[in-house]
Design a protein around this ligand. Sequence first.
Ligand code: ZN
Length: 140
Amino acid sequence: MEKPSCPKCEHPKVVKSGVVGGRQRFKCKKCGYHFTVEKLGKSIDKYYVVKALQLYIEGISYREIERILGVSHVSVMNWVKQYKIKAPENYDYRPTYKVLNHAELVKFMSLKENLTNTGMMITELGDKYMIIKWVRFKNR
Ligand SMILES: [Zn+2]
């Protein structure tokens, strides 16, 4: 991996300084500024592969996954094939989802009715959070 130059002072001499959140952290030798660099390619893709497959298993359609994650539904179909994922057929509940920032998430969780008679999963999505929520069909 080629070392980047400092984004603050553009000094070319930087040293590795640990890993934060899966990203390599660097320290500028001149001004002491710390910064991280996205690892390119595969690791970012993997993140979206896992999220997409989670959503697929929860019964969310390819088109909806495309809309939520911003990855093409063709990619999602390929991943489902590649990883041999088979979603169980389920018709007695319906998944819904919301993408919220942290403040919205806190507000959502503070309302008891949002947590009543439901199951949910919260997963990090970029700099936001996604709630997948299951609502049982009422005509049972
Ligand atoms: Zn610097």
